[in-house]
Write a protein of this length. Structure first.
Length: 281
């Protein structure tokens, strides 16, 4: 009888303890949820009548998330007011450049206009004219020859060069410059590779890769610049690696395969644009 009563008391105590634990856990989880659900949302007031000059002088910030329709519309309206020639400051190899907004492959948001200067840039330009494209090339689909109002039918020698990024030697991404030296040694890119031929002022050789794919390398090395172009056989675009030694800059580019004969136009065009944008202030 004594042990039966003791067992019943023990079960009662255990039940009380378990219920206390469950109530405690419920309080931890449910109370914050109730507070959140009853909290009045803070209204976000978005500007609706900003002028172009006000947009140019926005304080540096990460900008809006664009998650809501109103935010997305504000971002589009701000970008629509930005002039393509509006300069955006970049510092490359310790030298400042004022690059027109329209020459960016991914055009910066206005909320970044007054942030500290970037140390790299992604660019886009037509060859051979060096004009800026009307739209960002990253949204033009599968071609580097988009039809534009001023260029409804691009000529065979006209195409857009996209510079993924250009950096100074002292920038973190300048390690990509060393990939040229690695390719030069690993692929024997100095005219010694079997089957290497010279064409359009470049050496080129075909190197088998994984499976049935082949990589064609076009290259040249000189005191002012090194150029290594990589083309996968199935694709119509190639990737170029350019070391501008005199400027202490490295650039990675993408362009149409049939623009390889214009490689010097591409490199000289980049130099010309940089000289236009260079500033002393």
């Amino acid at each position: 009888m004594f042990f039966t009563r003791l067992y019943s008391i023990s079960r009662l105590i255990l039940s009380v303890v378990l219920w206390a634990i469950l109530l405690f856990l419920a309080a931890i989880i449910l109370v914050p949820m109730l507070l959140i659900s009853t909290r009045t949302p803070t209204a976000v007031v978005l500007p609706s009548n900003e002028t172009r000059e006000e947009i140019y002088h926005l304080a540096c910030s990460k900008g809006l998330s664009g998650g809501s329709l109103a935010e997305g519309e504000l971002i589009r309206r701000r970008r629509s007011l930005v002039e393509l020639n509006h300069p955006i400051r970049v510092v490359l190899a310790s030298q400042p450049y004022d690059i027109p907004w329209g020459y960016y492959a991914s055009r910066p948001n206005p909320t970044s206009f007054n942030c500290p200067p970037r140390k790299q840039a992604d660019l886009q330009y037509w060859i051979p004219s060096l004009d800026m494209p009307e739209a960002e090339i990253i949204y033009s689909g599968t071609t580097n020859r988009p039809k534009e109002r001023a260029r409804p039918n691009p000529k065979p020698d006209e195409s857009i060069v996209q510079v993924f990024w250009i950096v100074g030697y002292d920038d973190d991404r300048s390690h990509g410059r060393r990939s040229i030296e690695w390719l030069k040694e690993a692929r024997q890119l100095d005219g010694r590779s079997p089957g290497s031929v010279e064409e359009h002022g470049l050496w080129h050789t075909v190197v088998p890769t994984t499976g049935s794919l082949e990589m064609t390398y076009w290259y040249k090395f000189g005191p002012g610049e090194d150029v290594v172009i990589e083309c996968y056989a199935p694709f119509q675009r190639c990737e170029g690696n350019v070391d501008l030694k005199d400027l202490r800059m490295y650039a990675r580019l993408i362009f149409d395969k049939d623009a390889i004969p214009q490689h010097q136009v591409i490199v000289d065009g980049l130099r010309t644009l940089l000289s236009r944008w260079r500033t002393s202030s």
